[in-house]
Design a protein around this ligand. Structure first.
Ligand SMILES: Cc1cc2nc3c(=O)[nH]c(=O)nc-3n(C[C@H](O)[C@H](O)[C@H](O)COP(=O)(O)O)c2cc1C
Length: 192
């Protein structure tokens, strides 16, 4: 009788151990990629902060670098906003690989000059272009304007824009590391 009790205890311990091992295996196997498209670096920087918030688990790459996505279980996409549109590399990526991405998409972010209260249309447009099956987590985050980095075309566009709204054409930096870190934590929690 005592022997039977010990045997049962042993079996329970073995089951618990394999359950824990199984869960560890699941976490190890999860592959996450953050794909960003950035002209002047602030979206790339935000992608790195989001990855940091996710404890460094995701691979971070630009939309131009994307190759085989079959190895990833979860995809996070981020784009800068220019003239109300996504970055051309993000549009090209979606045109080519939307089918592959949309079922794995867990989060989207845009980086722009508009405050979060005005940036929802950019996120809605991004989600619509992805034809998402489940609503992803989404944030807009502030970017930066560094005049010294701008292409001549973009310089001209922004100079005209600021003139038209009677505002000074100056550098600004609205990046928010803590918001990106928190977004990373939220994504990690959602996929764990
Ligand atoms: C040509 C140009 C057009 C822009 N148009 C918009 C816009 O329509 N709405 C907005 O909120 N921000 C706009 N911005 C601000 C950018 O979204 C912001 O600078 C962002 O940080 C750029 O991301 P990046 O550094 O990854 O390129 C524009 C910036 C440039 C250079």
């Amino acid at each position: 009788m005592r022997c039977k009790g010990l045997f049962c205890l042993l079996m329970v311990a073995v089951c618990l151990l394999s359950l824990v091992k199984g869960m560890e295996g699941l976490n190890e196997e999860k592959k996450v990629v953050i794909i960003y498209a950035s002209r002047y670096g602030s979206t790339a920087q935000s992608a790195k902060w989001i990855a940091e918030g996710m404890e460094g688990i995701p691979t971070v790459m630009s939309a131009k670098e994307v190759g085989d996505l079959t190895r990833y279980d979860f995809v996070i996409l981020g784009s800068g906003i220019y003239g109300g549109q996504l970055h051309e590399d993000m549009l090209a990526l979606l045109a080519e690989k939307k089918g592959e991405i949309k079922d794995k998409l867990v989060a989207l972010f845009v980086v722009c000059g508009s405050p979060a209260s005005n940036a929802q249309p950019y996120l809605d447009m991004f989600a619509a272009k992805c034809e998402v099956t489940a609503p992803p987590l989404m944030i807009s985050s502030g970017g930066w304007l560094k005049k010294e980095l701008l292409s001549p075309e973009d310089y001209q566009i922004l100079e005209n824009h600021y003139k038209s709204i009677n505002q000074p054409f100056e550098n600004w930096d609205l990046t928010d590391k803590s918001k990106c870190l928190q977004f990373g934590k939220d994504i990690l929690e959602a996929i764990s």
